[in-house]
Design a protein around this ligand. Sequence first.
Ligand SMILES: C[S@@+](CC[C@H](N)C(=O)[O-])C[C@H]1O[C@@H](n2cnc3c(N)ncnc32)[C@H](O)[C@@H]1O
Length: 214
Amino acid sequence: MKRSAKTHIWHQRHANDFYVQKATKEGYRSRAAFKLMEIVDRDRLVHAGMRIVDLGSAPGGWCQIVSERLHTDGRLNGHLLAIDILPMVPVKGVEFLHGDFTDDAVLADFVARLDGHPLDLVLSDIAPNLSGILMTDQARAYDLAEMALAFAVQRLRPEGVFLIKVFQGAGFEVFLRQIRAAFKTVTTRKPKASRDESTEVYLLARGVREGVSD
Ligand SMILES: C[S@@+](CC[C@H](N)C(=O)[O-])C[C@H]1O[C@@H](n2cnc3c(N)ncnc32)[C@H](O)[C@@H]1O
């Protein structure tokens, strides 16, 4: 099938998608918002007063969900810092850094914004722009996932939580071993809004193992 035909089918399916329509109706910027909503609410991940980071945040669906839960009586109680290589229209209560997470100078700026405070929760939905070449895309995705894991291990408080989206396939088992070696418990989540045919899964990791951040 030609690329243009595939794109047309994707756009049609996207427009008819239940969660796309729900997102539009409820004012969320991405259908991904509902994936995070389900996990956050089921696993009680966000509480007032928390310090949270969102890696790969644009267009901002996850930020909207977290920001809503950090607001009590219309006031922000907590800190949500987000980063994306793409620009992001501001989300109420979110500090956003526009830059490349893999760039050392950008990362230093990002870390400086944490003011030395350990984090309670690190979220990562970071995903590279797809080239269409499966092996290249998977390798890039796992490079970013490993960077996100290293960041989480270094910046979380000992009982902190790390939630990351990854794709099953090449690199998955290796990454699973890495995240299990770094955290005390790792569980898998597949929220309803995640399409059955998608290989994406969410790894929920709790409690940094002693010694791994040294
Ligand atoms: C699936 S989208 C995130 C969707 C977001 N969670 C939401 O709910 O709106 C993945 C994001 O990762 C970002 N990204 C990819 N590589 C990046 C990098 N090196 N630095 C920062 N962001 C990156 C992309 O620009 C993209 O916006």
